[in-house]
Design a protein around this ligand. Structure first.
Ligand code: FE2
Length: 287
């Protein structure tokens, strides 16, 4: 019996991170071979995207299930985080306000580099973002390859930090460094994570810090910790290892949330931007 030939094509869009997947219509179910090829493309390229998709919620959910078990959203500890419907796996990433109330999360403007859910005991495996409304300029999402960031850490610094943990916090800021003096840590989501992780799927080491969410390195003085973190932030944001995604309507982008960080560029706040997000369940990070 002849097997249906898959038309899937993977084309790199950057030397270090990001590939476009072509020949797949995610509004329809995909066969097992195509699913396996998509998972491999994600492992190989860290970020993958599909252009020109037309997906309703059930179709996006089915596309997400190719990658694993879809995570359900939980209410933030503080209760004063992003709004939205918590009984759904979907999150609307938007600045749109209706009847004086935001219809989703993360508002407008620039957002610094971060991992999603690095402050959870089991950070999410991947995030899917689907473009439903875009602004006339800006709002690009940039992704950095954290395997490559790890490789670029000077030997002496790497040896000093090996085996240490870093405190990851989410206090709903978007472009401001964490200040532990000013935060009541019991009121925000936080978790100690290995500063260098071994990626569970690929077995490669990746740097696991971000400018937005990493507050402190275990066992170092405040000054030592800030000095090391600032060096690591700069390495992780080296332009050479960053892919900037120019969004188009109908883009579905998927990122490996363990070995990449991402940031959002500024956009006009008077214009509406709307993205529909899903995440894939993860597991505890290992050294
Ligand atoms: Fe994010």
């Amino acid at each position: 019996m002849a097997m249906a030939e898959t038309l899937l094509k993977v084309e790199k869009r950057h030397p270090y991170v990001g590939a476009e997947i072509m020949g797949v219509d995610l509004s329809k179910p995909v066969d097992a071979d195509t699913g396996a090829a998509i998972r491999k493309a994600l492992d190989d390229n860290i970020v993958i995207f599909f252009r020109g998709q037309n997906l309703d919620e059930p179709q996006q959910l089915r596309a997400a299930e190719i990658l694993g078990k879809v995570a359900i959203r939980r209410r933030p500890v503080s209760g004063d985080g992003p709004g939205g419907d918590f009984d759904t796996p979907f999150m609307m990433v938007t600045n749109i306000v209706e009847n004086g109330k935001p219809i989703g999360a993360f508002g407008d403007g620039e957002m610094w580099f971060h991992h999603d859910t690095s402050y959870y005991p089991e950070p999410h495996r991947a995030t899917l973002l689907y473009a439903m409304k875009l602004t006339t300029w800006g709002g690009e999402t940039c992704f950095s390859n954290m395997y490559e960031a790890y490789n670029r850490i000077p030997r002496k610094l790497r040896d000093r930090l090996e085996g240490r943990r870093v405190l990851q916090i989410h206090d709903y800021k978007r472009r401001e460094r964490l200040n532990l003096e000013a935060i009541d840590i019991s009121k925000v989501r936080h978790n100690w994570q290995p500063i260098f992780i071994t990626h569970p799927a690929t077995g490669n080491k990746a740097l696991y810090i971000s400018r937005l969410m990493s507050a402190k390195i275990e066992g170092l003085s405040h000054e030592e910790s800030e000095d090391a973190l600032n060096q690591l932030f700069d390495i992780s944001e080296t332009p050479e290892i960053v892919y900037e995604h120019p969004w188009q309507m109908g883009d579905l982008i998927v990122w490996d949330n363990w070995c990449s960080i991402h940031m959002r560029k500024d956009f006009p706040r008077e214009e509406g931007r709307l993205m529909r997000r899903l995440t894939i369940e993860g597991q505890a990070m290992q050294f």
